[in-house]
Design a protein. Sequence first.
Length: 277
Amino acid sequence: MKNLFFLLSCVSCFIINSPVNIYKTIINDQVIKTYEPMILNKENMNALIFYTGANSLIPGDVYSNFIRCLNNYNFSVSVVTNDNSATKEFLNNIKDSYKEVIPLSHSSGYVNIINSVNKEKNINKGIFLDPVDNSFLLNNNFPFLNNENSYNLNYIENILILRAEKSYKGSIFPKLEIPFIPAFALNSEKLEKSNPDLIINKISAENYGHSDVLDSLWADLMHGSSISKGNEDRDQSNLDSYVDWLAEKIYEFVNKEIIINNNSEILTLTTTSNYEE
C-alpha cells in the first residue's frame, strides 16, 4: 500500500504537486526558509537541510523545481545560508522535531555541511550532489596543502553521492570545453580512506551536467554560456525528468526502498549503491 501511494503521488512531481507550507526562521539575521508538505506531521517526516552551491551563497529560489520535487516525496526542505553558526543553532532547534534530519548539498555546499554538522551526533546520513571541496580557498591555503578536515566525517556513517557526469568530462574537438568540476572534486577514495567504516553509495547520471539541477532559466544560462555544460536536450520535460530522478534517488536512499517508474528508462545511469545501513 505504501509503494502504491508513492507511485500515485510521486511518479512525476510535475504532474502532482503536494500542498506545501513555507515559513521562515531568522537566526543571527540569517533567513532559513523551510518548505514542507502539509499532509504529514513533522514526526512522520524526514527533514533535508539543503546547502546550496557556492558554499551556500546561491539562493534557494534558484532550485525551486528541485525543492518542489523533494516535497512531493514527502521531505521537509530547509535552505540554510553560509552562516554556519546560524545553521548549527537551527539544527539544534529542530533535532527532535523530525523523523530524521539529513544534510543535502550541491557543489561546494559540501564544505558547509562539514563545518556545521560534524559535531551533531544525531546526524548519520549525508547526501552530496557533485560535491566540491574548495576549503583550501576559504582557508587561504594553497591547493597542494592537505585539508583533512574536509574528509573527516565524525558521525556520518552512510552517504549518497549523486554525480552529473558531464561535470567531469571535457572535450577538445570540435570545440574546446573545460569540465566544470575536476580541479575541485571531492576525492571519494580519500574520503573512504579517512573514514574506513563509511558506507559510500554512488549513482551517476551520464548525460547531465552540474547546473541541470537548477531551475531551467539558470540551467540553460549556464549551459548556453559553456560555463557548465548540461544535457543537450534542453526541453523542459527532459530537465524535469532529471530533477525528479534526483529526488527519487534521494527518497530511495533515505528510506531504503526502490521506486519503479519511467525515469530509469529516460536516463543513462551507472549505479554502484546498495543503501546499506
